[in-house]
Design a protein around this ligand. Sequence first.
Ligand SMILES: Cc1cc2nc3c(=O)[nH]c(=O)nc-3n(C[C@H](O)[C@H](O)[C@H](O)COP(=O)(O)OP(=O)(O)OC[C@H]3O[C@@H](n4cnc5c(N)ncnc54)[C@H](O)[C@@H]3O)c2cc1C
Length: 313
Amino acid sequence: MSVIVFVEANKGLIKKNGIEGVVYGKRTASPVVAIVCGEASADQLVQLGEYGADKVLHVNQAVTAPSAVDIMSQAAEQENAKWIIFPFDNTGRAIAPRLSARLKAGLVSGALGVPEADGTIKKNVFSGKAIAAVTIQTDQKIIAFSPNSVGLQRIGGSATVETYSPVIKSSSINNIETRQLEGDIPLPEADLVVSAGRGMKGPENWGMVEALAKSLGAATACSRPVADAHWRPHHEHVGQTGVAIRPNLYIAIGISGAIQHLAGVNQSKVIVVVNNDPEAPFFKAADYGVVGDAFQILPRLIDAVKKFKSSQN
Ligand SMILES: Cc1cc2nc3c(=O)[nH]c(=O)nc-3n(C[C@H](O)[C@H](O)[C@H](O)COP(=O)(O)OP(=O)(O)OC[C@H]3O[C@@H](n4cnc5c(N)ncnc54)[C@H](O)[C@@H]3O)c2cc1C
């Protein structure tokens, strides 16, 4: 019984969440078959072997959620898959429930780690306020894992690569146009995120936030009122009603830390809060806190990061 992993590629690059899915699959069972959908270079396909894939099946076309369900259900049958793994990102969220209905296979969404020896899988519930331990009762099991659950670890294996051309039925949904979000680092995949809220007073002050993000190689994010006021684009809004992220480092500047904001960011590995109100609720969720005026602290932080980086060269 094998593990198949949905891996998305775009413009020749395999997405980081897909590579993590291969690591996740390897820690769940074996053999691991990566189903790569989208344009990817031969080197990248082969490289998946280093992360634990035994076999790579490449579908060299962009897919919609319904076509991905056709691909993954046929791959599951061909590979006799017991486990089917997706990243719990926008793509995984669209495909995994559809596949679950098609295969009548149980699905756990937002898994925080690999299944334990008794099959228990942990996942967040109530917007990250509690953790539930669940099991899947069907023989075939689908897991959509939270990004950063297992990280990226090379184990040094090798994979065979085959072109895969399953039958894709015509769908009632046609992809007319795909628009790439602006910005160098897509927020859901970012390891480092610099985020700011209403404490920045206005969009004219975002240069400092962007400068800090640039010096760190981080993506930028914002609170909801900031996006609602059109200070920043809506795809940067994080929280319960925005993007849920799980970066290694989340720096929150001038954000109060309302429960709806925390719901989308409290799974970050390290949280740093900058706020001039020592009573701001965000400090309770912070690993590190700086009480002070963002307009004084940000230039010093940017300077410190630049000095540190140049001392490393
Ligand atoms: C149904 C619902 C869903 C929601 N979903 C979301 C969501 O997904 N994401 C989200 O973010 N919000 C969401 N909200 C809104 C949420 O409740 C808060 O209102 C919002 O997060 C507050 O944004 P903020 O922290 O930027 O602004 P504020 O609450 O105005 O906080 C600004 C902070 O900046 C600090 N500050 C001010 N000046 C400075 C300075 N010079 N230097 C340093 N710090 C300073 C202040 O002390 C304060 O803590 C939702 C609300 C509802 C009702």
